[in-house]
Design a protein around this ligand. Structure first.
Ligand code: UD1
Length: 422
């Protein structure tokens, strides 16, 4: 449970150091189960999703310890040391029910132990989010799959195989890639996801001795090896955190340096903000965002390099402040407009029809008490609060925001936002 109080923000000033990407760190942590050697993940963000995955991995026998963050004062997050010498099936699958990304331990367990057991994963309620593509991939590598007392049980010695994904699922691509690293022979994943986090995972796996090629394109090849060894790795900066802060700036105006943000991972968002009147300057240290969004937006979410669904909610908050009609189409998840209901309670004029949302921006947005229904919805409400009149109280009864943003109130208050965690 967390509650944030936010008052109308002056223009943002200063700089924010972007944390390491949650969506890179989670699969990379799961990949540490592929070896019995020690693994160190640098600059790991302090997020509850990371804690949840660590709980699950500990229950599989993996030893996990944080280094003291004071030892690396100039780097956000801290080093996480992992060692899965004694690996077993999860003793406690409660974390799996809490977070969808827990499914990422399936591929590594199967590859190393010849068996895996998972429950249907939980997490943000933003659609059906089945795991059929993960299962199909494991079957293509030779796994037998059975349903047993509400668990999915997988077993078998993996061999190289080909899989065509019906949609470029990020998690399924990662799971299959990890499983294939220790399979006998070469595997091919077609219609693979191309997100930067996929390329990051491939780089980490290759540093562990895997032979993955083609990551970042639609076809990934994995040549199986007999064993993987330990590695030390720093994953990429979080393009979604950086994008959220860019949206916050586009609402409040100002001049902000997003230190470490990688513009090449954020093209879709940066083009949209630029079209709307925000000035974007690429600097050696990161991205500078200047000024406010003024023009309405057209946003169609797609898999990478299309506009990321995770930034649809934050940029909808921007659209509430730009005069004119903005048009949104959500193509990735079927139930991802829950923030629209709360934004309406703040005075936004939003009409949702199935996967389309029309936003008539420019009317007065007023602070009130609103509820965060999922991780990015919470971020959207906080962004909207910056431009709202008076005080907004964002209630986050399930603590969604802490799952993906490390101390968001600290990051924003350092940029001048009057925000407090109550
Ligand atoms: C990942 C991200 C999440 C982001 C999403 C889409 C992590 C930890 N999370 O989630 O932040 O919003 O990508 O960019 O990286 N699908 C199926 N069957 C499957 C798998 C997926 O039908 O077996 C569908 C989903 O319901 C969804 C779409 O495919 O409609 C995309 O899902 P997917 O790319 O798998 O998302 P996640 O990996 O769960």
């Amino acid at each position: 449970m967390a509650t944030y109080s936010i008052r109308t923000s002056p223009p943002l000033r200063g700089e924010a150091t972007i944390h390491t990407a949650k969506n890179s760190v989670l699969p990379i942590l799961a990949a540490a189960l592929l070896t019995g050697d020690p693994v160190a993940i640098l600059a790991t963000p302090q997020l509850t999703d990371v804690d949840t995955l660590c709980d699950l991995m500990r229950s599989c026998g993996c030893q996990i310890a944080w280094d003291d963050p004071a030892e690396t004062p100039n780097v956000p997050g801290a080093t996480l040391n992992l060692c899965a010498r004694e690996l077993c099936l999860p003793m406690n699958d409660d974390p799996m029910r809490r977070m969808r990304a827990s499914i990422l331990i399936m591929g590594p367990l199967l590859a190393r132990l010849g068996m895996a057991r998972v429950t249907l994963p939980g997490g943000c309620a933003i659609g059906q989010r089945p795991i059929d593509q993960h299962i199909k991939g494991m079957q293509a590598l030779g796994a037998e799959v059975a349903l047993h007392q509400g668990h999915i049980e997988l077993s078998g010695r993996l061999r190289g195989g080909s899989v065509y994904l019906d949609m470029p699922s990020v998690g399924a691509t990662e799971n299959i890639m990890m499983a294939a690293t220790l399979a006998q022979g070469t595997s091919r994943i077609e219609n693979a996801a191309k997100e930067p986090e996929i390329t990051d995972l491939a780089m980490f796996l290759n540093q562990m001795g895997a032979r993955v090629s083609g990551a970042g394109s639609g076809t990934i090849f994995v040549q199986g090896v007999a064993r993987l060894h330990g590695a030390r790795y720093q994953p990429i900066p979080d393009r979604i955190e950086a994008g959220t802060l860019a949206c916050a700036t586009a609402i409040a105006g100002g001049n902000v340096l997003l230190r470490g943000a990688r513009s090449e991972h954020m093209r879709a968002l940066l083009f949209k903000l630029q079209e709307s009147g925000v000035i974007i300057i690429e600097q050696r240290e990161g991205l500078r965002i200047r000024g406010k969004a003024l023009q309405p937006l057209e946003v169609r979410t797609m898999s990478y390099p299309g506009f990321p669904t995770d930034l649809q909610a934050p940029i909808m908050a921007v659209a509430c402040f730009t005069p004119g009609t903005s048009v949104f189409l959500e193509t990735v998840f079927e139930n991802r407009y829950m923030h629209a209901t709360e934004l309406r309670r703040m005075g936004a004029r939003i009409r949702v029809e199935d996967r389309v949302a029309l936003i008539d921006g420019g009317s007065e947005i007023q602070g009130t008490r609103v509820i965060s229904s999922d991780l990015r919805a919470g971020a959207s409400l906080i962004c909207a609060a910056l431009g709202a009149k008076g005080e907004t109280v964002v209630e986050d009864p399930q603590g969604h925001i802490d799952r993906g943003y490390e101390r968001i109130e600290q990051t924003l208050s350092e940029l001048g936002v009057p925000i407090q965690r109550l």
